[in-house]
Ligand binder design. Structure first.
Ligand SMILES: [Zn+2]
Length: 422
């Protein structure tokens, strides 16, 4: 069952011992995954010009839009809570689903994050008792949001709570669903909104046919949640770690209001049965989290046994680690199960290396299929920007193209399964 094996001694590494933020793997430790790549936890990632998943994903889609994009100035958090008059925020329409999603996610974080205004005991009590939980949502959640400094969300929450039906469907029902699922699966949340930073190094095997490229990429990001899920299967006594990413929607098409039809019932049924799966970008995000999670294994014992002499610890590509996309709104969960973990990892790593090289070269040509179609930033012909990779150089344009091809190979491995609680 434990899939992490100490290869030299053949002893299993206890996968249950996954670390909290307070106990980190020594930062010089390299983990070696079948010589495909190396991964390191780094203490200060900023000299390495780190990138985030969202930057890479958007650069994959369109270099011009990513490079030209000015950093969004976040709207300032209001200093005082103001109850807003009924109907003003929504203007009679449905509330912004993104804002509802952010609010649900924030409430979930308040139930787990150590910096929550709720004490540990209060959080445990709320998660264990549905009646108390509903009472909390109706009476105390507003104040808790304000105490947590989420003034804008508190105002939005207050506005929702003025409309009983809307409040029930958008807040109470999804939150109860969340709580019940946690109870019924005996899951333990041990990290919420936890930041990570890592350095990924290529090895001679990272890129097929290009043995000497070398190079590294620094990644920063944040896990929404890491859980231990108890398997109900008694023959499997271990808990399985799961990375949970919360999504409001699944990034699918916007629902267009249907034309009034004589066959309204039939239309509705067809819409309901249509299964919207998460996107390829969600798969990329979760696989990057898979990488980040590898810096969380507790290998203290293993290191102790080797008297701290090992520089690399061989680990396996295939691990007991669930990658889950969780739609808080409807409670649907989707598990990413690549057809081949190794192929998926190879393709993804190639993709992010090529993206990072192209990005850092300053290459910013618009993607032909992107709707922006604005003139590029510079007059420099895109083919003339060169990227130095190992001893070789290739054009940045070609580099970006190689990233897209690698992403194409990654896409072929993607397989989603509806995660049903057993
Ligand atoms: Zn664009």
């Amino acid at each position: 069952m434990p899939v992490l094996l100490d290869e030299k001694r053949g002893r299993p590494i206890d996968i249950r011992r996954v670390l909290n933020a307070s106990q980190l793997i020594p930062h010089a430790l390299s983990l070696n995954y079948d010589d495909l790549f190396k991964i390191q936890r780094v203490r200060n990632v900023f000299p390495l010009s780190p990138v985030s998943y969202s930057k890479l994903a958007s650069y994959l889609e369109c270099p011009w839009c990513t490079v030209a994009q000015k950093p969004k100035r976040r709207a300032k958090e209001p200093t005082h809570f103001l109850p807003i008059q009924q109907g003003r925020l929504f203007g009679g329409a449905q509330p912004d689903p993104r804002l509802v999603g952010t609010l649900l996610h924030t409430l979930v974080n308040l139930l787990h994050a150590p910096d929550s205004p709720l004490t540990e005991k209060m959080r445990a009590d709320l998660l264990a008792d549905s009646d108390a939980f509903v009472r909390f949502l109706r009476c105390d959640a507003l104040e808790t949001l304000q105490k947590a400094g989420k003034i804008k969300l508190a105002m939005f929450f207050n506005e929702l709570s003025q409309q009983p039906t809307l409040f029930r469907t958008t807040m109470i029902t999804p939150m109860l669903h969340y709580q019940r699922e946690l109870i019924s699966t005996h899951s333990t949340v041990f990290a919420a909104a936890e930041r990570f930073q890592l350095k990924l190094l290529s090895t001679k095997n990272t890129f097929a046919d290009y043995p000497d490229r070398g190079g590294h990429i620094a990644l920063v990001g944040e896990f929404d949640q890491i859980r231990m899920r108890n398997t109900s299967d008694r023959s499997q006594p271990l808990s399985i770690p799961a990375i949970i990413e919360f999504k409001k929607g699944l990034g699918g098409k916007k629902v267009v209001a249907p034309q009034p039809s004589l066959f309204e019932d039939a239309t509705e049924q067809a819409e309901e049965s249509e299964l919207v799966l998460p996107s390829d970008a969600h798969a990329m995000q979760l696989m990057i989290y898979w990488l980040a999670f590898q810096t969380r294994w507790d290998l203290t014992e293993t290191l102790k046994e080797a008297r701290g002499m090992w520089k690399e610890i061989p680990m396996q590509i295939q691990q007991e680690l669930e990658l889950i996309l969780y739609n808080l709104n409807d409670g649907c969960q989707y598990q990413l199960r690549p057809t081949s973990h190794k192929d998926a990892m190879m393709a993804l790593i190639e993709c992010i290396f090529y993206l990072d090289w192209a990005l850092k070269s300053g290459y910013a040509a618009p993607s032909p299929e992107h709707e922006c179609q604005r003139s590029p930033l510079t007059e420099v012909p895109p083919a003339s920007i060169q990227v130095q990779i190992g001893y070789a150089a290739l054009s940045a344009q070609e580099c970006h193209q190689l990233a897209r091809e690698a992403f194409g190979r990654f896409k072929e491995t993607i397989r989603w399964e509806r995660y049903s609680v057993k």
